[in-house]
Design a protein around this ligand. Structure first.
Ligand code: PAF
Length: 281
């Protein structure tokens, strides 16, 4: 595996790789875990060359403390990437990605206005900025994203449509979970031992709501999820929305969507955890 730090070198290497076959891109912010490794494994199976970017993108953090405390574990990340059979690890500096401030404002529309878009102003614009740059630097055949950030995938698809990335397949990959159900996240390391022991209640409650939903209205199911999780120590639901999987718009009745997805954000102490579940009624 080669570690590449400049855009010029990355482009040169990938021009050669593209001439030989397909290129799979896995964008990450580092602090890699088994969730990232599952994306890389899939990219490895489906492409001739695999490039993983490791870049904590400052423009997508609307909270300076979150940016400052985001885990940075470059050495461990590089070792994991090497072990996963990655060809190129792209680990640029902030100045390399943003030689000048990125002032682009993307018109991402309704998919970016609800949930994370409403709670974290500017977050999705920052994601669109960095992912559009990564797509331009790498010109991948396929790019891989985890469904834990369910809304992010819809936003990236919208950005790709706006920017005309037509010959690129965006591949969504299922959430990876710990044995007790907690969705893998780089933020999990910030949970205290006591918080870590209650955090699986999020996934457990979402799963139990699949059964409740058979007899409850959508509004009742939503409220049941919120109340159940809030009863646990440390836990405070920020939002729970049941949305259509394509439009990301909240629905009022189960019959309003063929693919309802429940998207949740919970503060466990001061650690913000997200998860989601697909209902099939
Ligand atoms: O999901 C993430 O880790 C980030 O939002 C991404 C897609 C790598 C962009 O910085």
């Amino acid at each position: 595996m080669e570690i590449i730090r400049t855009v010029a070198e990355l482009k040169a290497k990938l021009d050669d790789a593209r001439a030989r076959g397909s290129v799979g891109l896995v964008p990450t912010m580092g602090a890699l875990h088994a969730g990232h490794l599952s994306l890389i494994e899939r990219a490895r199976k489906e492409n001739d060359t695999v490039v993983v970017s490791v870049f904590v993108n400052p423009t997508q953090f609307n909270n300076p403390t979150d940016l400052a405390t985001y885990p940075r574990t470059e050495e461990a990340d590089a070792a994991l990437l090497e072990g996963a059979g990655v060809d190129y690890a792209f680990i640029p500096s902030v100045d390399e990605v943003y030689p000048e401030p990125d002032t682009r404002v993307f018109d991402l529309g309704p998919v970016a206005e609800v949930m994370e878009g409403a709670m974290r102003p500017g977050h999705f614009n920052g994601v669109a900025q960095v992912v559009s740059k990564l797509f331009r630097f790498t010109e991948p055949t396929r790019a891989y994203f985890g469904e834990k950030d369910f809304q992010q995938i819809a936003v990236i698809r919208k950005m790709a449509e706006i920017e005309g990335f037509k010959n690129l397949e965006i591949v969504d990959c299922p959430i990876k979970r710990e044995a007790d159900g907690l969705a893998l996240s780089s933020r999990n390391v910030r949970l205290s031992a006591e918080q870590r022991s209650v955090a699986p209640a999020i996934a457990m409650t979402l799963r139990a709501s699949l059964i409740k939903a058979r007899d409850m209205s959508l509004a009742e199911t939503k409220q049941w999820v919120i109340d159940t999780i809030n009863r646990y120590p440390f836990m405070q639901v920020e939002y729970y929305e049941i949305v259509d999987a394509l439009t990301m718009q909240p629905i009022a009745e189960w019959s309003d969507s063929e693919r309802p997805v429940g998207c949740i954000t919970v503060f466990c102490g001061d650690v913000r955890l997200i998860d989601n579940i697909k209902y099939s009624l």
